[in-house]
Structure formats: C-alpha cells, structure tokens
Ligand binder design. Structure first.
Ligand code: XIL
Length: 320
C-alpha cells in the first residue's frame, strides 16, 4: 500500500512568514490536503528551531494540530527531522556545551518529541543530510557529528526506537536519486549500522528535481539496490522546479517536461517492492519554498496558486 503524501506548509519560517500559516488559515488548502493525500509531513513544524526554540521550551501546538488533522483524515505522518545540520536554534548552535551536555540535549529532545507522538507518527526521518556530495560525513557543519563524532548517528536511531518502537526509522537526503558517491555512502553505512544492531528501517530520497537537469534515469535502479538489502525506501520531498521569469507563465512544453519527471519518479517507486511512500514537498505553487530558495526557478508543484491541477497532477494520476 503506497502512501501518497505532501509536506504541510507552515512553520513561520522564511517564505511562510509572508502570509498567515496556510494550514491554519487557508480553508481551500485544508480541503485539498484532506482530500488528496493519505500521508503528511510537517514542512518545518518539527525542526529544532521551530519545535525547540529555547533550551527549556518546546512548542508543540502546530504539530499537535497536524497530527490531529491526520488522524481525522486517516492519514499517516512522517516525522521530519531529529538530527540535521540546518534550521537549528541559536541557543544550540551558538551555545557553549560540553560533550556530555550536548549528548543529553539530543537524547532529551528525541525522547520528548518522539515520545509525545509515539503511535501517531509512523515514520521518522531520524537523520537528515548527513553526507557531503563526495560521500564524506558532514563533520564541519553538522553540530552532532562535529562535536560528538560519527557514533552519535547510531545513538540517534537507538533513542528514537526506544521512544517509539513501532515507528519506521529512515535516513533522508537530497542528491541521492541516482547511483553516486553520496548514495553509495548510504549503501555502505546502513548495513554496517544494522550489523551493530542499530534500528534503521529505510533509506529515503528527497527528490528535489529541476528541469534544468536531465531526469535521474537510474532512480529505479538506485532504489532497487537499497530494496535488495531488505530496506524500505521512500521518496519524501519531490518537487520539479522550472525556469520561469518573474511574472511569466511556464510554457506547455515546460509543463509536459515537469509532468514527465513526476510520473517517472512515481513509476520508479511503484516498481520497487518496499518503496512505500511518495511525498511531494508541497502541493500548490501558492506556498512552495522553491522560488524563495532557487533564484529564477519556480512553479515546482502539481497545482497552480488557485489549486487547479497542472499536467503533473494528471500525470501522477495515470500511475496511481
Ligand atoms: C525547506 C522548507 O520547505 C522551507 O520552508 C524552509 O524554509 C527550509 O527548508 N531538504 C529538507 C527540507 O529536508 O526540510 C527542506 O525544507 C528542503 C530541503
């Protein structure tokens, strides 16, 4: 049973500061979110800077509302994320902590956040983006790896598993669609960890694609080699950005190309046994992160600003 998911916009960060939290205030948005998906992922609401803004303060209201919405609409929830180099609060990144303190901070965060949603969040992106493009660990910008060494990755998975033994635990990264140095690094690391008894269930590919580049034709083969190790796989954040000058609409040819990328990605997942989850990183261009982060690119989702369907939406329906 393949789950089809989306990121839930909101979290008051970057682009979402420009308008009121869509999940809370945009009724049209909520209707599509309920009707079109059976999996949801918080776009920002579980990131450290949002959920843990001060050392002794957790902010759960927004995530609680998403979990409640998901339960009402019979959706599963993907937790994102516990261990990352980005979107960490200043108190953490700039704090002066001993190794023991940092370890305790991570453990407490995982126990508190994962424990709160035990049984309600079915999959966790425990570790996000731990490798550089060349397949080396992020030893400089990831605070945990830098300060505590690579062994802390295993601890993060163990603590998450202890806090919710039923949840499926994933590594998640971008730039790992194809067979390359970074995806090879995961292919090596995950069995190593499993051999040590570390509870890792799967490997997730974000899938932030651009029509500037060719479709990663080895996506299926790459998913398959993780499947062959007995792992679950997932596409967790797909979007397909296009070159669009501000104020101009994409051409029909661009839209077809975009639709083809979405469809091929879904087909790749569908054709791999334990690829069980396909999540788009936002479903409407109205709230997409893409134009904020990629100058000159945009229109990366499957619905226009007014929630009408783009060719990419219909292309996904063909495969579903
Ligand atoms: C992005 C969000 O979409 C933005 O709202 C936020 O400002 C920055 O982060 N990889 C990830 C996601 O794992 O968490 C990122 O989400 C996109 C890239």
């Amino acid at each position: 049973d393949l789950k089809i998911g989306t990121a839930v916009a909101g979290g008051g960060h970057h682009e979402t500061q420009a308008y009121p939290d869509p999940f809370t205030y945009d009724q049209e948005y909520r209707q599509s979110l309920a009707a079109e998906f059976n999996s949801v992922s918080p776009e920002n609401q579980l990131k450290w800077e949002f959920v843990h803004p001060e050392r002794n303060t957790y902010r759960f209201a927004e995530m609680d509302a998403i979990v409640e919405f998901a339960q009402q609409n019979k959706q599963v929830v993907r937790g994102h994320t516990l261990f990352w180099h980005s979107q960490n609060p200043a108190w953490l990144e700039e704090g002066d902590f001993s190794k023991d303190e940092l370890r305790a901070i991570l453990k407490d965060h995982i126990q508190t956040v994962v424990g709160r949603y035990a049984g309600k969040i079915q999959q966790w992106d425990v570790a996000n983006e731990i490798f550089n493009g060349d397949g080396t660990l992020r030893t400089t910008d990831n605070i945990w790896i830098r300060e505590l060494g690579p062994e802390i990755i295993a601890d993060a998975f163990r603590w998450t598993h202890e806090a919710d033994p039923k949840a499926k635990l994933f590594f998640n990264d971008y730039g790992v669609e194809g067979v390359n140095a970074k995806s090879n690094a995961y292919l090596r690391l995950i069995p190593e960890l499993q051999a040590q008894g570390v509870p890792v269930d799967g490997f997730a590919i974000q899938g932030h694609l651009s029509t500037r580049y060719g479709f990663p034709g080895d996506l299926r083969a790459n998913l398959q080699r993780f499947d062959d190790l007995g792992l679950e796989t997932a596409i967790t954040e797909i979007d397909v950005r296009m070159d669009v000058a501000p104020g101009t609409a994409p051409t029909a040819a661009q839209l077809q190309k975009q639709a083809g990328y979405y469809q091929r990605a879904l087909e790749a997942c569908v054709s791999v046994d334990e690829c069980n989850s396909f999540t788009i990183w936002g479903f409407t261009d109205k709230y997409s992160w893409v134009p904020v982060f990629f100058a000159g690119e945009g229109e990366a989702t499957v619905m226009w600003n007014d929630f009408t369907r783009k060719p990419a939406y219909d292309a996904l329906q063909v495969t579903l």
